[in-house]
Unconditional design. Sequence first.
Length: 151
Amino acid sequence: MTTIVTKAHFSQPLSVVFSYVTTPSNWPRWHPSSLKVEGPGADHSALVGEEVVEQFHVSGRRGEVTWRVVERDEPVYWRIDGVITGRSNGGIISYRLAPAGDGGTDFVRTFTYPTPGVLFTLADWLFVRGRVKSESAQALKQLARQLDQLE
């Protein structure tokens, strides 16, 4: 398993950030890997048990993943588990939010994905992990810009 952790501080309050990041239809606006999101849980802050289907392009690879909300402690924690179409596994994404002293929000995004087999583990170590880290860092920069537009 590989875990990528990215952190950011946003000037918006906790409730605004939580609502925005947990609304899956917003993901393509800020995450470079997210191409399209559909499903009954896509157009609002998704609740436990709701699912969405995301078209993605991660580290040069395109695919489709079904995300299911498995934990939600509004406005401080949200977790989704994914299964990639045609595979038995996917990944786990969690968002942890905390109020900051300036009225803003400290945000931590954790993405964990499996590295099945020796070849994928080697590829992950050589180049996949670095690309995913870069895409994740870019995502939080773009998220900051999107949140700034909400003000």
